[in-house]
Design a protein around this ligand. Structure first.
Ligand code: DGL
Length: 263
C-alpha cells in the first residue's frame, strides 16, 4: 500500500458521495479523490462485456495517474461486475467493494420478505444471485431493477423537481403482501438511492427499513487501511474528477458542498 496517495472513490456519477460522506466521518485526515465516470452514466443500462472492458481500461489509467493507497468502488453496478477482475489486475492495491446488502437484510427481516432495489445491471448479475443463495435461502427476495432511479436521484440532488409519482412508479414493485406478511426491508443496492430515501419514506405504501450500506462500507475502508490511515490533516481540498470534463457552475457548487474541488 502506498502511504502517500489518496483514497480513490469511484462511481458513475454522484451516488458514491453517499459513501464518501460516511468515510469522511471515520477518516477525517484522509485525502480523498472522487472519480465519476459520468461520460458513461447511467452504467446500469450497459451490457456486461462492454462495461467491464471500460472499467478495466479506466482503472489502469486512474491507478497509473493517481497512485491511490486504496480504492473504494462506491457503485454496486461496477463492483458486482468487475470487482474481482480489478483486484486481479492490481495485486497489492486494496479494493473495498459495494455489493447489495442482502446478508444484513436477511439477518434483520421479521417477515422474511425482502426487496432489493437496484439498477437493471445489478439485478441481472450472477454475483447478486449468489449472495441470495448464500445468505438469504430462507427469505423471499424480490429483485426490483429500476431503469430511471439513478437519473432521478441526480436530478433531485441538483435541485430539479422530481414528482412523487415518478418515484412511486419505480419503487412500488418493492412492496409485497403475501400470506398476511409484508415486505419489511428494502435494500438500497445502488449508491444513488440513499439521496432519495427521505422521499421514499413519505410515499411508501407502508413503513419499511431502507437499508443503506454506506456506513458499513466506510467501516470496511477503516479496517483495510489499518495502520496506513492518515494521522495528520491532508494538504489542500479533496479533488473530484469527472470523465465528461463538465464545467457547470451548479455542479462545482454541489461538489464544493461535499468538500470536493472539481479539477
Ligand atoms: N451508483 C451506481 C450503483 O451503485 C449506479 C448508477 C448508474 O446506473 O450509473 O449501482
Amino acid at each position: 500500500m502506498s502511504d502517500t496517495g489518496p483514497v480513490l472513490f469511484f462511481d458513475s456519477g454522484l451516488g458514491g458521495l453517499t459513501v464518501l460522506r460516511e468515510a469522511r466521518y471515520l477518516l477525517p485526515y484522509e485525502q480523498f479523490l472522487y472519480v465519476a465516470d459520468d461520460a458513461a452514466f447511467p452504467i446500469g443500462r450497459w451490457q456486461e462485456t462492454e462495461l467491464k472492458a471500460r472499467l478495466l481500461t479506466l482503472f489502469d489509467d486512474l491507478i497509473a495517474r493517481h497512485a491511490p493507497k486504496a480504492v473504494v468502488i462506491a457503485c454496486n453496478t461496477a463492483f458486482t461486475l468487475a470487482g474481482e477482475a480489478l483486484r486481479e489486475a492490481h495485486p497489492g492495491l486494496p479494493f473495498v467493494g459495494t455489493v447489495p446488502a442482502i446478508k444484513p437484510a436477511a439477518e434483520r427481516t421479521s417477515s422474511g420478505l425482502i426487496s432489493v432495489l437496484a439498477t437493471p445491471g445489478t439485478v441481472r448479475r450472477t454475483y447478486t444471485k449468489s449472495l441470495i443463495d448464500s445468505f438469504a435461502g430462507k427469505c423471499h427476495v424480490r429483485l426490483v431493477g429500476s431503469d430511471a432511479l439513478a437519473e432521478l436521484a441526480e436530478r433531485h440532488l441538483r435541485g430539479d423537481r422530481v414528482a412523487d409519482e415518478e418515484l412511486l412508479a419505480e419503487i412500488s414493485d418493492c412492496f409485497l403482501e403475501q400470506d398476511g406478511l409484508r415486505t419489511d426491508i428494502v435494500v438500497l443496492a445502488c449508491t444513488h438511492y440513499p439521496f432519495l430515501a427521505n422521499r421514499f419514506r413519505k410515499i411508501a405504501p407502508w413503513p419499511v427499513d431502507w437499508l443503506d450500506p454506506a456506513e458499513a462500507i466506510a467501516r470496511q475502508l477503516v479496517r483495510v487501511l489499518g495502520e496506513g490511515a492518515a494521522t495528520q490533516p491532508s494538504q489542500g481540498p479533496d479533488r473530484a474528477v469527472f470523465t465528461s470534463n463538465p464545467k457547470e457552475a451548479a455542479l462545482i457548487r454541489l461538489l464544493a458542498g461535499f468538500g470536493l474541488a472539481l479539477v
